[in-house]
Design a protein around this ligand. Structure first.
Ligand code: AMP
Length: 422
């Protein structure tokens, strides 16, 4: 058995190896394309923030703040937290950088790692990557629908299948307090039948009982009052409009009256996107109060985030195809020290000409290099030996039939361009 290495990655974290990078790159390309199209500007924020930003922004009674924050004290005594999600940091940056004074709606997107101290399991890591979109300064329901559309389009562009979108409205400060009271009364009368966590939620965050997955709580939840029946007029018509927009753009959605999301800051629309299994790929909604809570002017906002590892896992299980990459069709083989020097220069010239060329400069044996050319299925191998280097020529070998021709070294790029076009 192989010995355990002395150092291992921290629990719940993973390396992104070269063969995995293409997934991140592909997602990045699709997301940034759509972001450009819809006029979102990219933002990066520090990985750490003052911890109070998260406790205020996400909510003291949420699992993320209570149990999942990575916190650290700096040598100067500041208490910082590794970002468990992006919305609160993006709102902080929006306020701090004066973006409230720019023409609204202001649209931002991001792509980067987050940290949550969770029990590692399938689809749940302690370091995971998210991308997300946030729109500030627009209360119209069209934005809620557009955010859902953007996430749906991204996942579709990535060729993922079996997507479903669950939507709900959890009201606002007008109607939610009354609804929460109703829920609290309802669950209090059935407290003895609730699971241990829900007994706590009853005191701290009653809405969260609605997304409890424990078997025991399901029959009680099924009879509970539903938010949609208790929305105020404004929330009701906002939600109706969102659904009309979704119908118009033919987004397949279903209403889920138990969808509340884990964070305190949501108002009105909430949604999650699923494919296969119970792990959501993306989730978000409207958060009209958060900017003010974090010290800005009252500003309506709406946004969502997706989990990149979960998307990658689905891309793998659904065996999605990548757009055809430019294949390396040329291999450059060299023999002798002068040839190696000239090859290094020639490789740089090919790069400038935007023609992919593979090489194996560390190998000296021609046979080993030709084997490598075979392995990568090169159509042509360029051979530069001592004699060719002295005469400033290169041998072009057609790998399909072994035919060889000699061309001047300064003509080889033009010659190869012609051959590759054939
Ligand atoms: P949330 O705001 O918590 O719903 O997170 C948004 C998305 O991030 C989720 O839909 C997941 O795809 C992803 N996500 C959240 N937590 C984790 C985690 N611990 N590991 C991997 N992905 C996660």
């Amino acid at each position: 058995m192989a010995r355990k290495p002395k150092f291992q990655r921290a629990k719940g974290m993973h390396d992104i190896l070269p063969e995995e990078q293409k997934y991140y790159q592909r997602i990045y390309d699709v997301v940034s394309n759509i972001a450009d199209f819809y006029g979102f500007g990219k933002i990066d924020t520090p990985v750490v923030e003052e911890i109070e930003l998260f406790s205020k922004g996400i909510g003291l009674a949420t699992d993320i703040v209570k149990k999942q924050m990575y916190s650290l004290r700096t040598r100067g005594g500041d208490l910082l937290g590794l970002r468990p999600e992006w919305t609160a940091p993006v709102v902080r940056a929006y306020i701090e950088n004066g973006m409230q004074n720019l023409p609204q709606p202001l649209k931002l997107w991001y792509f980067g790692p987050c940290y949550r101290y969770e029990r590692p399991q399938s689809g749940r890591y302690r370091q995971f990557w998210q991308f997300g979109f946030e729109v500030f300064g627009e209360q119209n329901s069209v934005i809620d629908a557009q955010i859902i559309q953007i996430f749906y389009n991204i996942l579709q562009d990535l060729k993922l299948k079996n997507l479903t979108i669950e939507v709900n409205s959890i009201g606002d400060n007008n109607c939610r307090p009354y609804y929460k009271k109703l829920l609290t009364n309802y669950f209090r009368n059935r407290e003895s039948s609730l699971c241990v966590s829900c007994k706590k939620r009853l005191k701290e965050n009653v809405l969260r009982i609605l997304d409890c997955k424990e078997e025991k709580c399901q029959p009680i939840k099924a009879e509970a009052p539903q938010t949609l029946d208790h929305l105020c007029d404004e929330c009701h018509s906002h939600f109706k409009e969102v659904l009309e927009f979704l119908d118009e753009i033919e987004i397949p959605y279903s209403l889920n009256p138990y969808l509340v999301r884990g964070l305190d800051y949501y108002t009105k629309t909430v949604f999650e996107v699923f494919a296969e299994g119970n792990n959501a790929l993306a989730g978000g909604g409207r958060y009209d109060k958060l900017v003010k809570v974090l010290g800005g002017k009252e500003t309506p906002a709406c946004g969502a985030a997706a989990g990149i590892e979960r998307i990658i896992s689905l891309m793998k299980s659904q065996e999605v195809k990548f757009p055809k990459e430019q294949e390396t069709q040329i291999f450059l083989a060299q023999l002798g020290s002068l040839a190696k020097r000239k090859s290094l220069k020639l490789l740089g010239d090919f790069r400038k000409a935007k023609i992919m060329v593979a090489e194996s400069f560390g190998r000296d044996s021609l046979k080993a290099q030709l084997n490598r050319a075979d392995k990568i299925k090169a159509r042509y191998t360029l051979i530069l030996g001592q004699k060719e280097a002295l005469e400033n020529v290169v041998i072009i070998r057609d790998m399909s039939n072994g035919k060889q021709e000699i061309v001047k070294i300064d003509k080889v790029i033009g010659e190869m361009r012609k051959k590759l076009k054939k």
